[in-house]
Design a protein around this ligand. Structure first.
Ligand code: 5GP
Length: 199
């Protein structure tokens, strides 16, 4: 998605060879217009799948997921990272190791909001090693709902998450795919391919 790639180049801060900071439009301050375009793009990529529910994880997955839900006209349910006092009903849970926070969270979704007749689209902000996505996949499988695929705003393709998910036969649609951060600059997959061709 061109506009997203331009924004990442313009405002993304490469913190290390593995971590990109996008606090100015996705992870802290949120750009609603960009989120709207992101939601529209996810909705169009999964428009023929008969999606009935979007599943994401708090907190940064919620904005793109809600926008996709708006365009697909389906509810959005987010996994909680901490057990809420009001979340006392039956829960579906999975363990997720956080790449950025270096801690393990037990994530959970109430059984009330995921059913076996649901067709689910999982959405998240980043895909790195795939832990968050795999935790959500685990929860969807526990509910016996059908999984249509995963929509990712920013995939760091040099980490193993995308390959892991695709090897499980899961459709992954990423709106921006980063090949490399090691130079301190963001290099997208397409740019890397052009560089290789020019050699
Ligand atoms: P994974 O579980 O795929 O290893 O990591 C995905 C989760 O970690 C995302 O939900 C996101 O919150 C966070 N994350 C992973 N890599 C990055 C990164 O480079 N930048 C930011 N801001 N978050 C990241």
């Amino acid at each position: 998605m061109k506009r997203l790639e331009t924004r990442i180049k313009q405002d993304g801060i490469v913190l290390s060879a593995n971590v990109l900071k996008v606090d100015s439009f996705l992870n802290h301050q949120i750009d609603p217009q960009l989120m709207q375009e992101i939601g529209q793009e996810f909705a169009s990529r999964f428009s023929t799948e008969g999606i009935t529910k979007i599943v994401t994880i708090e907190s940064s997955g919620i904005a793109p997921a809600v926008m996709a839900g708006l365009f697909l006209q389906v509810p959005v349910v987010f996994a909680r990272k901490r057990k809420s006092l009001t979340l006392s009903e039956d829960l579906l849970t999975a363990s997720v190791y956080s790449f950025t926070k270096k801690e393990t969270n037990e994530i959970s979704i109430s059984k009330k909001y995921l059913h076996e007749d649901d067709k689910v689209l999982i959405i998240d902000d980043f895909l790195a090693n795939g832990q968050a996505a795999l935790g959500l996949v685990d929860i969807v499988y526990q509910s016996r709902a059908n999984l249509a695929g995963i929509g990712i705003v920013i995939e760091k393709s040099f980490q193993e998450g995308a390959t892991k998910l695709k090897n499980l036969g899961i459709r992954v649609e990423s709106l921006a795919r980063i090949a490399d951060l090691s130079s301190g600059e963001v290099v997208f997959i397409k740019e890397r391919a052009m560089e290789e061709l020019a050699k």
